[in-house]
Design a binder for this molecule. Structure first.
Ligand SMILES: O=c1ccn([C@@H]2O[C@H](COP(=O)(O)OP(=O)(O)O[C@H]3O[C@H](CO)[C@@H](O)[C@H](O)[C@H]3O)[C@@H](O)[C@H]2O)c(=O)[nH]1
Length: 361
């Protein structure tokens, strides 16, 4: 019996695959590689010394997915696959709803057909919106503020309805706070397309000299130093949280949401300092206006995951920054080779995209 991992080649997916393989699970991966590279899976194999089957299939391809279920004995699914860029989701909402919602519905229909009813779903703290009171417990009303977030919120609701219709399902909704860091080997890590949207990938690209200056989005929030506060969590801790959730869905029925965070918040300026110490590089920055939709402060109440999953994040901010830096330094172009990067920088599409991003700053 195997665990099916959708989106297993992505950032959180690949780290979870390492932990699953290390704990002796058999895994099968489905990924369309729209935002990831097969190279990450090669490295998962290299780190663990284990082999696994990978299908290059889009979740919207119901027949392809059916083939995966008919060819393998699957006991549970961890579902990561989905589009995840907030800004992009505002511009192409239908693409987000098509991929994230319909992809999940097709996955669940196929699971149902094959009698597989154990599911761990990759949700996000984004479902809480930007005004929730901290620390945020799971029962906080959900009010996502952009199409990406709403797609996660709607999927959670669909999965609740599914359980209501058939109580033999067992589903965990994992609401991630801010995953950063990388595997300690430095072989797998976060590999964003183009200019990063998120703080840590941006800082690490400044440290390695790919970007010149960090733009800090506002220093006039009601926080200790005026900059935004977030609950950063090491991606390996997060990956281990999936294993605990998997044990839970395999031993009970029901649908439960869990916050996966550390329960501690750090400001943007504290992250800059922590990264400077970990890397020995200086991070030049400038303060610009607030980014629309950003919360001032966001951190988790982690008691439910601790009490019900027996899970707690173990790695601190220094280890998060050290591992991010090791990955960034040894893979300045992510999973791409130098030649691929050169070809891309000459492509007209790439130039247009870069112009677009700069003009939106
Ligand atoms: O170039 C940057 C990028 C970010 N920030 C700030 O850094 C903090 C963290 O930002 P970011 O890394 O973009 O994370 P979030 O805004 O918290 O967004 C993450 O967390 C959200 C809520 O969980 C999810 O919806 C998103 O997908 C996920 O990227 C915030 O205060 C930002 O204003 C900057 O100052 N400059």
């Amino acid at each position: 019996m195997a665990i099916l991992v959708t989106g297993g080649a992505g950032y959180i997916g690949s780290h979870t695959c390492v932990e699953l393989l290390n704990e002796g699970f058999e895994i099968i991966i489905v990924d369309n590689f729209s935002n990831s590279k097969p190279e990450s899976l090669k490295r998962v194999s290299e780190i663990t010394g284990k082999w696994f089957k990978t299908y290059n299939i889009d979740l919207l391809n119901a027949e392809g997915l059916e083939q995966v279920f008919s060819e393998n004995e699957i006991e549970a699914v961890i579902h990561f696959a989905g589009l995840k860029a907030v800004g992009e989701s505002v511009m192409v909402p239908l693409t987000y709803y098509q991929n994230n919602l319909i992809g999940t519905v097709i996955l669940c229909e196929t699971m149902k057909k094959y009698g597989v009813k154990n599911l761990v779903f990759s949700s996000s703290a984004t479902v809480y919106g930007s005004t929730a009171e901290v620390p945020i417990p799971e029962e906080t009303p959900l009010e996502a503020v952009n199409p990406y977030g709403r797609s996660k919120q709607m999927i959670e609701e669909i999965l609740q309805d599914l359980y209501f219709s058939d109580q033999s399902w067992s589903i965990s909704l994992l609401r991630y706070f801010n995953p950063i860091g990388a595997h300690a080997s430095g072989r797998i890590g976060e590999d964003p397309n183009g200019i990063p949207n998120n703080l840590l990938p941006y800082i690490s690209q400044v440290a390695v000299g790919k970007l010149q200056l960090l733009n800090i989005f506002g220093n006039d929030y009601q926080t200790k130093d005026g900059t935004g506060i977030r609950d950063y969590i090491h991606v390996v801790d997060l990956a281990i949280g999936h294993l605990r959730a998997l044990e839970k869905v395999q031993s009970t029925q029901g649908v439960e949401a869990y916050n996966l965070g550390t329960g501690r918040g750090y400001s943007v300026l504290e992250m800059v300092q922590a990264f400077e110490s970990a890397s020995g590089e200086s991070i030049p920055y400038t303060v610009i206006g607030r980014r629309p939709g950003d919360a001032a402060v966001c951190f988790a109440d982690v008691s439910k995951a601790r009490d019900q999953l027996g899970w707690i994040a173990a790695k601190g901010i220094d280890e998060m920054c050290k591992d991010t830096w090791k990955w960034q330094q040894s893979n300045p172009n992510g999973y791409r080779k130098e030649t691929e990067v050169l070809n891309e920088s000459n492509s007209p599409v790439r130039k247009e995209a870069a112009g677009f991003l700069v003009s939106n700053k």
